[in-house]
Design a protein around this ligand. Structure first.
Ligand code: NAP
Ligand code: G4F
Length: 334
């Protein structure tokens, strides 16, 4: 019998890579996509899998549509990846962030409990939940949580609802506490992709600078393609549990700039970067890095792509995209 997986957030970065992984494993993939005036399937198209994913229209804010979809698909596995996932926007839109990230998760947990309680459930939790745990670095499953943004608070509540539905109703519900993971399919507003897109534009003479906020923040950046494997592994275990997924190494935004500009042969990026207070946050997480030894021991999971490989992969992908926009690149004229 075909295994069915239901992915919310299928049009996002992780949704695209997870769809690809599950299709390779022989799953039938059903993906929740919200209605918009312009369809947003570019990631599934870039991976060449759009025609293999069953797109189901619905919204995390609409319990009725979620319930109806879960009832009709009755998936073996549900991956709840949908979110207002941009931390910066969560101060401007705290209610929407909470509705999608917390109440949306609750609608989905209830639908699973009601219509297919045997279904295995994955919740996309986040290292943002730790806040500034400087004295508890690296962070693992036992590190105290102290969220510092509306996004982190919304995710913390969803995390505890997931744990609670496991403990109260016996759902096979797992929470993956994932540290930052990036890829050529990352949204353009996140700092990594903003930098690699900016570097490519500068290289081809389309822009002369990148405007950024705090350059000293440090993150534990891994490759999204590695991280979706951990999501799947969590749902293949005998028991539901929560796991930290990280590389264990962190770098500053400055380090990211060094590596990204070096990939196009620019050793001094300072003339190309401007700091703009618009991109500073009301409350910043200075440093995050995780300890994923539980996942390594119990799931046999390990990150494969290094920081340097990740940055290079992202810069190369953006150079290709920008090259298509500008057939006569500036570099060929210098
Ligand atoms: P992403 O690229 O921003 O994707 C988010 C997805 O959620 C998109 O498909 C988006 O649809 C969908 N969505 C937003 N609001 C919705 C709504 N009301 N109804 C239905 N769908 C909605 O995020 P990602 O990087 O793939 O991350 C996946 C998940 O992991 C998120 O929950 C995120 O918070 C969490 N997470 C991410 C990281 C990371 O570093 N990437 C780390 C830890 C946790 P549209 O395409 O229509 O916008
Ligand atoms: O790329 P970011 O926006 O990612 P952030 O805030 O760490 O959140 C991402 O990772 C979380 C996991 O830890 C996820 F839960 C979340 O959904 C998302 O995927 O910012 C990274 C750092 C921050 O310290 C930010 O202040 O980069 C700093 N930064 C500096 N200049 C900037 C900028 N961030 C953005 N987005 N844009 C800037 O211009």
């Amino acid at each position: 019998m075909t295994k069915k997986a239901f992915i919310t957030g299928v049009t996002g970065q992780d949704g695209a890579y997870l769809s690809q992984l599950l299709l390779e494993k022989g799953y039938e993939v059903y993906g929740l996509a919200r209605r918009s005036s312009t369809p947003n399937y570019w990631r599934l198209e870039e991976l060449g899998i759009l025609d293999q994913v069953h797109i189901m229209e619905g919204d995390m804010n609409d319990a009725h549509s979620l319930g109806a979809l879960i009832k009709s698909v009755k998936p073996l596995e549900v991956y709840n990846l949908a979110a207002q996932s941009f931390v910066g926007a969560s101060w401007q839109q705290p209610m929407l962030t909470t509705e999608v990230n917390t109440l949306g998760t609750l609608h989905l947990l209830n639908a699973v409990k009601l219509y297919c309680p045997e279904t295995r459930f994955y919740q996309a939790s986040t290292s943002e939940m730790y806040g500034n745990s400087h004295f508890d670095s690296p962070q693992d499953e036992l590190t105290p949580l102290h969220p510092k943004s509306p996004y982190a608070i919304s995710k913390l509540a969803a995390h505890w609802f997931t744990v609670n539905y496991r403990e109260s109703f016996g759902l096979f519900a797992c929470s993956g506490i994932l540290f930052n993971h990036e890829s050529p399919l990352r949204g353009i507003e996140f700092v990594t992709r903003k930098i690699t897109d900016g570097v490519a534009r500068i290289k081809f003479g389309l822009n002369d600078h990148i405007a950024l906020g705090n350059l000293d923040a440090k993150r534990d950046w891994g490759f999204a393609g590695d991280y979706v494997k951990a999501m799947w592994l969590m749902l293949q275990q005998d028991n539901a549990d929560d796991y930290v997924i990280s590389t264990g190494v962190n770098h500053s935004v400055r380090d990211f700039l060094d590596t990204a500009f070096a990939a196009v042969g620019i050793s001094n990026w300072e003339p190309y970067v401007r700091q703009d207070s618009k991109f500073m946050r009301p409350s910043e997480l200075n440093e995050l890095f995780g300890k994923s030894s539980k996942a390594q021991e119990k799931l046999g999971w390990k990150p494969k792509v290094s920081f340097e490989e990740l940055v290079k992969m992202m810069v190369e992908a953006d150079l290709k995209r920008i090259e298509k926009l500008k057939p006569i690149p500036a570099i060929s004229r210098t």
